[in-house]
Design a protein. Structure first.
Lengths: 234, 188
């Protein structure tokens, strides 16, 4: 190694700006050699640059590759979405089966209010209320623990549905009215018998389908559907 | 190039990189156009094979595309780019060693292709330089390829190879002296 600091710097400068360099002596010779080396490297094959550019931009246009930070962000968003889903769906699902006197009953009532609020047709509203009444009647038959409160709520639902049906004509209204009368008869029977457990009664099973609605859906998704609205609704 | 022009270019480059990072394909294309030849020259010098050099060049820009999100704005983009190229070249050497391939110096073969008398002499001269370069130690080839063929500054080469700027200056000086010696002290 020459170790001459000035020589090193002079050569470095000559390599940086070969055209403008005023190097002399060894630096000039070595810089010229570097220029020859530069010229000795063959030019890229024709079209290589264009092909490479097209390939690069095609790669950039593909769905973005997920780098680590992006992956972490996505994972965070997914976790948050899952937590939200759990926070909303689980209580809602549980509320769908909630009975009067249980902690989730108010949530179910709120869901039912929303659903009723979105339903303009009185016959459909009556249908939703009767779905709830049928659920309460079934629950009262199967579980004595909520029977008293459940039966009272069931009666309220039936009465509200009948009030909504009023004197309305038409096959849908007639079907709902008949269903309400069946449910009421079943409720009366259950109250009279002291709530013995038994087979299918009025309001249980297949009589739940109604105008514009799927019975199973209404029943299964009862948390947001059936109607246990407060007084004055309808 | 004046210092003001160099600074302006640096600012332009930084803006270009920021746009490319934001998904601007036009900016990405500009970056490619701006650096593609330098990367290809560096790779050709190191590999002595234009075809493999093309592979390395493509792989380098693929690496840029993948790494742009992680690139820290304000750092030396050219040094970052050539660090990727430097690693891709090393990968190729490793693969080549595994395959035990005989090195094919296409640069030398292309340089000795036929033509008019002056062109033949020039081609012979280029072949001589290329051959001498291939006989340098790998670390010397690396420094000269980055500095002379890649067009990096000594400071940038230092970042790529992980040495001090002073060590790079010494290394490039030594490498050029050895290159001259390899050529039988016939520098014109």
């Amino acid at each position: 190694m020459t170790g001459d600091r000035d020589a090193l710097i002079e050569l470095d400068r000559a390599l940086d700006e070969p055209a403008a360099a005023r190097a002399a002596g060894e630096a000039a010779v070595l810089a010229a050699l570097a220029a020859e080396l530069r010229a000795a490297v063959p030019a890229p094959p024709p079209g290589a640059a264009a092909r490479g550019r097209a390939a690069l931009l095609a790669g950039a246009g593909a769905p973005p590759r997920t780098g680590a930070p992006r992956r972490r962000r996505l994972a965070r968003v997914r976790r948050l979405a899952a937590a939200l889903l759990l926070a909303v769906a689980v209580p809602a699902a549980l509320a769908g089966r909630a009975l009067p006197g249980t902690p989730l009953w108010p949530l179910r009532q709120a869901g039912q209010q929303v659903r009723l609020g979105l339903t303009a047709d009185p016959v459909q509203r009556a249908h939703l209320r009767l779905n709830t009444a049928a659920m309460l009647l079934d629950a009262a038959r199967d579980s004595g623990g909520y029977r008293r409160a459940g039966l009272a709520a069931c009666r309220e639902q039936i009465q509200a549905a009948m009030a909504q049906l009023g004197g309305r004509a038409g096959p849908g209204a007639a079907a709902e009215r008949a269903r309400a009368e069946d449910l009421l008869a079943g409720l009366d029977s259950l109250e009279r018998s002291g709530g013995e457990r038994g087979g299918p009664g009025p309001g249980r099973g297949d009589d739940r389908s109604g105008p514009g609605d799927g019975g199973a859906g209404d029943r299964g998704g009862g948390g947001g559907s059936g109607g246990s609205e407060g007084p004055g609704d309808g | 190039m004046t210092r003001e022009m160099a600074e302006l270019t640096e600012v332009d480059l930084e803006a270009l990189v920021r746009r490319a990072r934001a998904g601007d394909h036009g900016a990405l294309g500009e970056l490619y156009d701006r650096f593609r030849d330098r990367v290809a020259r560096f790779a050709t010098g190191r590999l002595g094979d234009a075809e493999r050099a093309e592979d390395v060049t493509s792989e380098t820009f693929e690496g840029v595309l993948r790494g742009l999100a992680a690139y820290r704005p304000g750092t030396d983009f050219e040094a970052w780019l050539f660090t990727i190229a430097h690693r891709r070249v090393a990968d190729h050497f490793r693969r080549r060693a595994r395959r035990r391939e005989v090195e094919l110096d296409q640069a030398r073969r292309a340089a000795t292709a036929g033509g008019p008398e002056d062109a033949v002499l020039a081609a012979e001269r280029r072949a001589e330089v290329a051959g001498a370069f291939r006989r340098l130690r790998p670390d010397q080839q690396e420094v000269l390829a980055l500095r002379v063929l890649g067009g990096l500054t000594a400071a940038q080469v230092a970042k790529v190879v992980g040495k001090s700027e002073g060590a790079v200056r010494v290394a490039q000086h030594r490498a050029l002296l050895d290159l001259r010696e390899q050529m039988g002290v016939t520098v014109r």
